[in-house]
Design a protein around this ligand. Structure first.
Ligand code: HEM
Length: 385
Protein backbone atom coordinates (compact mmCIF):
# COMPACT_ATOMS: atom_id res chain seq x y z
CA UNK A 1 0.00 0.00 0.00
CA UNK A 2 1.32 3.40 -0.93
CA UNK A 3 0.06 6.77 0.30
CA UNK A 4 -0.11 9.06 -2.74
CA UNK A 5 -0.32 12.83 -2.74
CA UNK A 6 -0.43 14.68 -6.01
CA UNK A 7 -1.17 18.34 -6.56
CA UNK A 8 -4.65 19.14 -7.84
CA UNK A 9 -6.19 15.79 -6.80
CA UNK A 10 -7.53 14.05 -3.70
CA UNK A 11 -4.88 12.07 -1.79
CA UNK A 12 -5.36 8.31 -1.65
CA UNK A 13 -3.96 4.93 -0.71
CA UNK A 14 -2.93 2.96 -3.79
CA UNK A 15 -4.03 -0.66 -3.34
CA UNK A 16 -1.93 -2.57 -5.83
CA UNK A 17 -1.98 -6.24 -4.81
CA UNK A 18 -4.60 -8.78 -5.90
CA UNK A 19 -5.32 -10.04 -2.36
CA UNK A 20 -5.62 -6.50 -0.94
CA UNK A 21 -8.10 -5.45 -3.65
CA UNK A 22 -10.23 -8.48 -2.75
CA UNK A 23 -9.96 -7.66 0.97
CA UNK A 24 -11.38 -4.19 0.32
CA UNK A 25 -13.99 -5.25 -2.24
CA UNK A 26 -15.57 -7.82 0.08
CA UNK A 27 -16.34 -5.20 2.79
CA UNK A 28 -18.65 -2.76 1.00
CA UNK A 29 -20.13 -1.32 4.22
CA UNK A 30 -16.68 -0.36 5.50
CA UNK A 31 -15.23 0.70 2.14
CA UNK A 32 -17.94 2.72 0.45
CA UNK A 33 -18.81 3.59 -3.15
CA UNK A 34 -21.57 5.92 -1.99
CA UNK A 35 -19.76 8.29 0.39
CA UNK A 36 -17.65 10.07 -2.24
CA UNK A 37 -18.11 8.18 -5.50
CA UNK A 38 -15.80 5.93 -7.48
CA UNK A 39 -13.36 8.40 -9.03
CA UNK A 40 -10.39 10.23 -7.49
CA UNK A 41 -11.54 13.84 -7.94
CA UNK A 42 -9.61 16.85 -9.06
CA UNK A 43 -9.75 20.05 -6.99
CA UNK A 44 -12.11 21.54 -9.62
CA UNK A 45 -14.50 18.59 -9.23
CA UNK A 46 -14.37 18.81 -5.42
CA UNK A 47 -15.20 22.55 -5.64
CA UNK A 48 -18.12 21.80 -8.00
CA UNK A 49 -19.37 19.18 -5.58
CA UNK A 50 -19.17 21.58 -2.61
CA UNK A 51 -21.20 24.11 -4.60
CA UNK A 52 -23.85 21.47 -5.29
CA UNK A 53 -22.59 21.12 -8.87
CA UNK A 54 -21.71 17.46 -8.89
CA UNK A 55 -20.69 16.27 -12.37
CA UNK A 56 -23.46 13.67 -12.55
CA UNK A 57 -25.93 15.87 -10.70
CA UNK A 58 -27.95 14.27 -7.95
CA UNK A 59 -28.33 11.02 -9.80
CA UNK A 60 -27.87 7.89 -7.72
CA UNK A 61 -26.89 4.87 -9.77
CA UNK A 62 -26.07 1.36 -8.59
CA UNK A 63 -22.34 1.90 -8.96
CA UNK A 64 -22.53 4.74 -6.44
CA UNK A 65 -24.69 2.97 -3.86
CA UNK A 66 -23.82 0.84 -0.84
CA UNK A 67 -25.80 -2.06 0.60
CA UNK A 68 -28.65 -2.46 1.44
CA UNK A 69 -29.90 -0.07 -1.32
CA UNK A 70 -27.33 -1.35 -3.78
CA UNK A 71 -28.68 -4.88 -3.63
CA UNK A 72 -32.30 -3.75 -4.05
CA UNK A 73 -31.50 -1.66 -7.11
CA UNK A 74 -29.13 -4.17 -8.67
CA UNK A 75 -31.92 -6.80 -8.60
CA UNK A 76 -34.01 -4.66 -10.95
CA UNK A 77 -31.84 -5.47 -13.95
CA UNK A 78 -29.81 -8.49 -12.83
CA UNK A 79 -32.28 -10.93 -14.45
CA UNK A 80 -31.68 -9.33 -17.82
CA UNK A 81 -27.91 -9.75 -17.54
CA UNK A 82 -27.75 -13.45 -16.55
CA UNK A 83 -26.11 -15.84 -19.06
CA UNK A 84 -29.61 -17.05 -19.98
CA UNK A 85 -30.92 -13.51 -20.39
CA UNK A 86 -27.94 -12.56 -22.51
CA UNK A 87 -28.19 -15.66 -24.73
CA UNK A 88 -31.22 -13.95 -26.33
CA UNK A 89 -28.73 -11.42 -27.71
CA UNK A 90 -26.36 -13.99 -29.27
CA UNK A 91 -27.64 -13.36 -32.77
CA UNK A 92 -27.43 -9.57 -32.49
CA UNK A 93 -23.91 -9.78 -31.09
CA UNK A 94 -22.79 -12.17 -33.84
CA UNK A 95 -24.46 -10.17 -36.62
CA UNK A 96 -22.89 -6.94 -35.41
CA UNK A 97 -19.36 -8.42 -35.29
CA UNK A 98 -19.77 -9.98 -38.74
CA UNK A 99 -21.28 -6.87 -40.36
CA UNK A 100 -18.47 -4.69 -39.03
CA UNK A 101 -15.75 -6.95 -40.42
CA UNK A 102 -17.69 -7.23 -43.72
CA UNK A 103 -17.64 -3.43 -43.91
CA UNK A 104 -13.83 -3.47 -44.10
CA UNK A 105 -13.71 -5.28 -47.46
CA UNK A 106 -10.97 -7.76 -48.43
CA UNK A 107 -7.96 -5.60 -47.77
CA UNK A 108 -6.96 -2.07 -46.84
CA UNK A 109 -6.11 0.21 -43.94
CA UNK A 110 -8.37 1.51 -41.21
CA UNK A 111 -8.52 2.88 -37.70
CA UNK A 112 -9.69 -0.21 -35.82
CA UNK A 113 -11.12 1.88 -32.94
CA UNK A 114 -13.12 4.13 -35.23
CA UNK A 115 -14.60 1.47 -37.50
CA UNK A 116 -14.84 -1.59 -35.25
CA UNK A 117 -14.07 -1.30 -31.53
CA UNK A 118 -16.37 1.62 -30.72
CA UNK A 119 -19.16 0.55 -33.07
CA UNK A 120 -19.67 -3.00 -31.87
CA UNK A 121 -20.69 -2.12 -28.27
CA UNK A 122 -22.68 0.84 -29.63
CA UNK A 123 -24.83 -1.44 -31.76
CA UNK A 124 -25.33 -3.94 -28.94
CA UNK A 125 -26.17 -1.33 -26.30
CA UNK A 126 -28.39 0.66 -28.66
CA UNK A 127 -30.33 -2.54 -29.31
CA UNK A 128 -30.94 -3.38 -25.65
CA UNK A 129 -31.74 0.25 -24.82
CA UNK A 130 -34.17 0.63 -27.71
CA UNK A 131 -32.29 3.32 -29.65
CA UNK A 132 -33.01 3.47 -33.40
CA UNK A 133 -30.27 2.70 -35.92
CA UNK A 134 -30.71 6.22 -37.32
CA UNK A 135 -29.77 7.67 -33.93
CA UNK A 136 -26.58 5.62 -33.52
CA UNK A 137 -24.24 8.26 -34.98
CA UNK A 138 -25.64 10.97 -32.71
CA UNK A 139 -25.44 8.56 -29.81
CA UNK A 140 -21.79 7.89 -30.57
CA UNK A 141 -20.96 11.60 -30.41
CA UNK A 142 -22.95 12.05 -27.19
CA UNK A 143 -21.21 9.03 -25.66
CA UNK A 144 -17.79 10.37 -26.53
CA UNK A 145 -18.69 13.74 -25.04
CA UNK A 146 -20.26 12.28 -21.94
CA UNK A 147 -17.25 10.13 -21.22
CA UNK A 148 -14.64 12.55 -22.54
CA UNK A 149 -13.15 13.02 -19.09
CA UNK A 150 -9.79 14.61 -19.64
CA UNK A 151 -9.49 14.08 -23.39
CA UNK A 152 -9.70 17.42 -25.27
CA UNK A 153 -10.44 15.63 -28.58
CA UNK A 154 -13.67 14.22 -27.22
CA UNK A 155 -14.74 17.02 -24.89
CA UNK A 156 -17.78 19.08 -25.85
CA UNK A 157 -16.99 22.71 -26.49
CA UNK A 158 -18.77 24.44 -23.60
CA UNK A 159 -17.93 26.89 -20.81
CA UNK A 160 -16.70 24.43 -18.19
CA UNK A 161 -16.47 20.69 -17.79
CA UNK A 162 -19.53 20.87 -15.54
CA UNK A 163 -21.58 22.86 -18.11
CA UNK A 164 -20.54 20.46 -20.86
CA UNK A 165 -21.66 17.45 -18.84
CA UNK A 166 -24.98 19.15 -18.01
CA UNK A 167 -25.67 19.84 -21.70
CA UNK A 168 -24.84 16.32 -22.78
CA UNK A 169 -26.92 14.94 -19.89
CA UNK A 170 -29.95 16.93 -21.10
CA UNK A 171 -29.63 15.57 -24.63
CA UNK A 172 -29.34 12.04 -23.35
CA UNK A 173 -32.39 12.64 -21.20
CA UNK A 174 -34.46 13.80 -24.18
CA UNK A 175 -33.57 10.63 -26.09
CA UNK A 176 -34.24 8.41 -23.10
CA UNK A 177 -37.55 10.10 -22.22
CA UNK A 178 -38.97 9.38 -25.67
CA UNK A 179 -38.00 5.72 -25.47
CA UNK A 180 -39.25 5.16 -21.93
CA UNK A 181 -42.64 6.77 -22.77
CA UNK A 182 -42.90 4.54 -25.82
CA UNK A 183 -42.07 1.39 -23.82
CA UNK A 184 -44.69 2.27 -21.20
CA UNK A 185 -47.27 2.33 -23.99
CA UNK A 186 -45.84 -0.57 -26.04
CA UNK A 187 -43.88 -3.03 -23.88
CA UNK A 188 -41.17 -5.14 -25.57
CA UNK A 189 -38.51 -7.60 -24.41
CA UNK A 190 -35.60 -5.16 -24.17
CA UNK A 191 -33.89 -3.61 -21.16
CA UNK A 192 -35.52 -0.24 -21.88
CA UNK A 193 -38.91 -1.88 -21.40
CA UNK A 194 -37.77 -3.63 -18.24
CA UNK A 195 -36.59 -0.31 -16.79
CA UNK A 196 -39.74 1.52 -17.93
CA UNK A 197 -41.84 -0.91 -15.88
CA UNK A 198 -39.38 -1.40 -13.00
CA UNK A 199 -40.46 -1.68 -9.38
CA UNK A 200 -38.22 -2.03 -6.37
CA UNK A 201 -38.57 -5.34 -4.50
CA UNK A 202 -40.44 -3.25 -1.88
CA UNK A 203 -43.19 -2.70 -4.47
CA UNK A 204 -42.58 1.00 -5.19
CA UNK A 205 -42.16 2.01 -8.83
CA UNK A 206 -38.71 3.26 -9.78
CA UNK A 207 -38.70 7.11 -9.89
CA UNK A 208 -38.14 9.04 -13.12
CA UNK A 209 -34.60 10.22 -12.29
CA UNK A 210 -33.63 6.81 -10.97
CA UNK A 211 -34.90 5.12 -14.13
CA UNK A 212 -32.85 7.55 -16.18
CA UNK A 213 -29.84 6.93 -13.93
CA UNK A 214 -30.13 3.20 -14.50
CA UNK A 215 -30.45 3.64 -18.22
CA UNK A 216 -27.46 5.94 -18.30
CA UNK A 217 -25.21 3.82 -16.09
CA UNK A 218 -25.74 0.78 -18.31
CA UNK A 219 -24.69 2.81 -21.31
CA UNK A 220 -21.82 4.60 -19.61
CA UNK A 221 -20.45 1.49 -17.92
CA UNK A 222 -20.89 -0.68 -21.01
CA UNK A 223 -19.61 1.34 -23.95
CA UNK A 224 -16.05 2.56 -23.50
CA UNK A 225 -15.09 -0.44 -21.39
CA UNK A 226 -16.05 -2.86 -24.15
CA UNK A 227 -14.52 -0.61 -26.82
CA UNK A 228 -11.23 -0.68 -24.93
CA UNK A 229 -11.40 -4.43 -24.39
CA UNK A 230 -11.81 -4.89 -28.16
CA UNK A 231 -8.99 -2.55 -29.10
CA UNK A 232 -6.93 -4.17 -26.31
CA UNK A 233 -7.63 -7.57 -27.89
CA UNK A 234 -6.30 -6.41 -31.23
CA UNK A 235 -3.26 -4.76 -29.66
CA UNK A 236 -2.56 -8.03 -27.86
CA UNK A 237 -2.89 -10.06 -31.07
CA UNK A 238 -0.57 -7.63 -32.88
CA UNK A 239 2.01 -8.02 -30.12
CA UNK A 240 1.50 -11.83 -29.88
CA UNK A 241 0.58 -13.03 -33.40
CA UNK A 242 1.15 -16.65 -32.30
CA UNK A 243 -1.89 -16.26 -30.01
CA UNK A 244 -4.17 -15.31 -32.92
CA UNK A 245 -2.89 -18.36 -34.80
CA UNK A 246 -3.50 -20.48 -31.70
CA UNK A 247 -7.09 -19.25 -31.48
CA UNK A 248 -7.60 -20.03 -35.16
CA UNK A 249 -6.36 -23.60 -34.58
CA UNK A 250 -8.21 -24.02 -31.26
CA UNK A 251 -11.52 -22.13 -31.44
CA UNK A 252 -12.51 -23.86 -28.18
CA UNK A 253 -10.07 -21.48 -26.45
CA UNK A 254 -12.30 -18.48 -27.28
CA UNK A 255 -13.84 -18.25 -23.78
CA UNK A 256 -10.45 -18.34 -22.03
CA UNK A 257 -9.11 -15.86 -24.60
CA UNK A 258 -11.83 -13.37 -23.62
CA UNK A 259 -10.85 -13.58 -19.94
CA UNK A 260 -7.22 -13.03 -20.89
CA UNK A 261 -8.14 -10.01 -23.02
CA UNK A 262 -9.98 -8.44 -20.07
CA UNK A 263 -7.05 -9.20 -17.73
CA UNK A 264 -4.38 -7.99 -20.16
CA UNK A 265 -6.20 -4.83 -21.26
CA UNK A 266 -7.94 -4.07 -17.91
CA UNK A 267 -10.16 -1.31 -19.39
CA UNK A 268 -11.19 -0.12 -15.90
CA UNK A 269 -7.86 0.96 -14.47
CA UNK A 270 -9.13 1.63 -10.95
CA UNK A 271 -12.15 2.35 -8.77
CA UNK A 272 -12.19 4.47 -5.61
CA UNK A 273 -13.59 3.58 -2.17
CA UNK A 274 -14.01 5.76 0.94
CA UNK A 275 -13.07 4.39 4.38
CA UNK A 276 -16.13 4.68 6.68
CA UNK A 277 -14.40 3.95 10.02
CA UNK A 278 -10.81 3.56 11.20
CA UNK A 279 -9.68 0.15 10.01
CA UNK A 280 -6.76 -1.74 8.47
CA UNK A 281 -6.07 -3.07 4.99
CA UNK A 282 -3.37 -5.73 4.68
CA UNK A 283 -2.35 -4.78 8.23
CA UNK A 284 -1.88 -1.09 7.31
CA UNK A 285 -4.07 1.26 9.40
CA UNK A 286 -6.38 3.50 7.37
CA UNK A 287 -8.49 6.34 8.78
CA UNK A 288 -12.16 7.21 8.42
CA UNK A 289 -12.48 9.48 5.36
CA UNK A 290 -9.34 8.16 3.62
CA UNK A 291 -9.67 7.24 -0.03
CA UNK A 292 -8.54 3.90 -1.46
CA UNK A 293 -7.70 3.47 -5.12
CA UNK A 294 -8.28 -0.16 -6.12
CA UNK A 295 -5.80 -0.55 -8.97
CA UNK A 296 -7.33 -3.39 -10.96
CA UNK A 297 -4.66 -3.00 -13.64
CA UNK A 298 -1.98 -3.70 -11.06
CA UNK A 299 -3.83 -6.57 -9.37
CA UNK A 300 -4.17 -8.18 -12.80
CA UNK A 301 -0.39 -8.26 -13.12
CA UNK A 302 0.29 -9.51 -9.57
CA UNK A 303 3.10 -12.01 -10.01
CA UNK A 304 2.02 -13.95 -6.91
CA UNK A 305 -1.24 -14.83 -8.69
CA UNK A 306 -0.37 -14.88 -12.42
CA UNK A 307 2.67 -16.61 -13.95
CA UNK A 308 4.47 -14.33 -16.39
CA UNK A 309 1.79 -11.69 -15.79
CA UNK A 310 2.92 -9.36 -18.59
CA UNK A 311 2.50 -12.08 -21.24
CA UNK A 312 -0.71 -12.47 -23.20
CA UNK A 313 -1.64 -16.16 -23.07
CA UNK A 314 -5.10 -17.11 -24.36
CA UNK A 315 -4.88 -20.49 -22.64
CA UNK A 316 -4.25 -18.99 -19.18
CA UNK A 317 -6.19 -21.07 -16.68
CA UNK A 318 -7.20 -20.43 -13.97
CA UNK A 319 -7.52 -16.72 -14.58
CA UNK A 320 -8.93 -15.04 -11.45
CA UNK A 321 -8.53 -11.57 -12.90
CA UNK A 322 -10.09 -8.44 -11.43
CA UNK A 323 -10.98 -6.85 -14.76
CA UNK A 324 -14.70 -6.96 -13.92
CA UNK A 325 -14.11 -5.96 -10.28
CA UNK A 326 -14.94 -8.27 -7.39
CA UNK A 327 -17.88 -9.10 -5.07
CA UNK A 328 -20.56 -6.43 -4.36
CA UNK A 329 -20.02 -4.27 -7.46
CA UNK A 330 -18.87 -7.05 -9.80
CA UNK A 331 -19.67 -5.90 -13.33
CA UNK A 332 -23.38 -6.28 -14.01
CA UNK A 333 -22.75 -6.48 -17.75
CA UNK A 334 -19.89 -9.02 -17.59
CA UNK A 335 -21.75 -11.74 -19.53
CA UNK A 336 -22.76 -9.30 -22.24
CA UNK A 337 -19.21 -7.92 -22.41
CA UNK A 338 -17.88 -11.48 -22.72
CA UNK A 339 -20.37 -12.38 -25.46
CA UNK A 340 -19.56 -9.20 -27.43
CA UNK A 341 -15.81 -9.67 -27.11
CA UNK A 342 -15.99 -13.35 -27.98
CA UNK A 343 -18.04 -12.72 -31.12
CA UNK A 344 -15.52 -10.18 -32.36
CA UNK A 345 -12.34 -12.12 -31.64
CA UNK A 346 -13.87 -15.21 -33.23
CA UNK A 347 -14.54 -13.20 -36.39
CA UNK A 348 -10.95 -11.94 -36.30
CA UNK A 349 -9.53 -15.44 -35.85
CA UNK A 350 -11.67 -16.86 -38.67
CA UNK A 351 -11.12 -14.08 -41.16
CA UNK A 352 -7.77 -12.39 -40.70
CA UNK A 353 -5.21 -13.49 -43.29
CA UNK A 354 -2.75 -10.76 -42.34
CA UNK A 355 -2.95 -7.82 -39.95
CA UNK A 356 -0.27 -5.38 -38.86
CA UNK A 357 0.07 -1.92 -37.28
CA UNK A 358 -0.11 0.90 -39.83
CA UNK A 359 0.89 3.70 -37.45
CA UNK A 360 1.30 4.52 -33.79
CA UNK A 361 -1.41 3.74 -31.24
CA UNK A 362 -2.88 6.91 -29.72
CA UNK A 363 -4.31 6.53 -26.22
CA UNK A 364 -7.31 8.28 -24.73
CA UNK A 365 -6.31 10.85 -22.14
CA UNK A 366 -7.73 9.22 -19.01
CA UNK A 367 -6.49 7.45 -15.94
CA UNK A 368 -9.83 5.70 -15.39
CA UNK A 369 -11.15 4.00 -18.53
CA UNK A 370 -7.95 3.32 -20.39
CA UNK A 371 -7.27 2.22 -23.95
CA UNK A 372 -6.62 3.23 -27.54
CA UNK A 373 -8.29 6.19 -29.21
CA UNK A 374 -6.70 5.38 -32.58
CA UNK A 375 -5.32 2.01 -33.63
CA UNK A 376 -4.36 2.14 -37.31
CA UNK A 377 -4.01 -1.26 -39.00
CA UNK A 378 -3.34 -2.71 -42.44
CA UNK A 379 -5.17 -5.98 -43.17
CA UNK A 380 -6.17 -8.75 -45.54
CA UNK A 381 -9.37 -10.59 -44.71
CA UNK A 382 -11.17 -13.60 -46.08
CA UNK A 383 -14.95 -13.45 -46.52
CA UNK A 384 -17.18 -14.80 -43.74
CA UNK A 385 -17.63 -18.59 -43.74
C1 HEM B 1 -15.02 -5.52 -21.10
C2 HEM B 1 -15.98 -4.70 -20.74
C3 HEM B 1 -16.24 -4.29 -19.32
C4 HEM B 1 -15.36 -4.13 -18.28
C5 HEM B 1 -13.86 -4.35 -18.28
C6 HEM B 1 -16.14 -3.72 -17.13
C7 HEM B 1 -15.61 -3.50 -15.86
C8 HEM B 1 -16.35 -3.21 -14.73
C9 HEM B 1 -15.81 -3.06 -13.41
C10 HEM B 1 -14.33 -3.18 -13.03
C11 HEM B 1 -16.83 -2.80 -12.56
C12 HEM B 1 -16.74 -2.66 -11.03
C13 HEM B 1 -16.87 -1.26 -10.54
C14 HEM B 1 -16.48 -1.12 -9.07
O1 HEM B 1 -15.59 -1.82 -8.60
O2 HEM B 1 -17.05 -0.24 -8.38
C15 HEM B 1 -18.04 -2.75 -13.36
C16 HEM B 1 -19.31 -2.48 -12.88
C17 HEM B 1 -20.42 -2.34 -13.69
N1 HEM B 1 -20.52 -2.63 -15.03
FE1 HEM B 1 -19.01 -3.24 -16.23
N2 HEM B 1 -17.46 -3.61 -17.49
C18 HEM B 1 -17.57 -3.97 -18.81
C19 HEM B 1 -18.74 -4.01 -19.57
C20 HEM B 1 -19.98 -3.70 -19.11
C21 HEM B 1 -21.20 -3.76 -19.90
C22 HEM B 1 -21.29 -4.24 -21.35
C23 HEM B 1 -22.20 -3.31 -19.09
C24 HEM B 1 -23.68 -3.15 -19.37
C25 HEM B 1 -24.27 -3.41 -20.48
C26 HEM B 1 -21.62 -2.99 -17.80
C27 HEM B 1 -22.32 -2.51 -16.72
C28 HEM B 1 -21.80 -2.35 -15.45
C29 HEM B 1 -22.58 -1.87 -14.32
C30 HEM B 1 -24.04 -1.45 -14.36
C31 HEM B 1 -21.71 -1.86 -13.22
C32 HEM B 1 -22.05 -1.45 -11.79
C33 HEM B 1 -22.36 -2.70 -11.00
C34 HEM B 1 -22.63 -2.45 -9.55
O3 HEM B 1 -22.29 -1.38 -9.02
O4 HEM B 1 -23.22 -3.34 -8.92
N3 HEM B 1 -20.28 -3.24 -17.86
N4 HEM B 1 -17.73 -3.02 -14.67
Amino acid sequence: MHWCESEGFQNFWAITRHADIIEVSTQPELFSNEADGIVVLSDEQVADQQNGRSVIGDMRTIISMDPPDHRLYRKIASGFFTPRGISRLDQIVHDSAKALLDSLGDEGECDFVDLIAQRHPLRVLATILGIDRDDEERLLVLTQQLLAGDDPDYRRKAGSRYEASQEVGMEFYAMFDRIIKDRRANPTQDLASMLAHAHLPTGEPLGEIETFGYYLIVFVAGHDTTRNALSGALEAFLAYPDQLQRLREHPDLAKDAVEEVVRWATPVNYMKRTVMADAAVAGQPVKEGDFLMLLYASGNRDETVFDNPHDFDIGRHPNRHLGFGWAEHYCLGAHLARASTQALIQQLAERVIEIEAAGPVVRTVSNLIVGAKHLPVRYKLRPAA
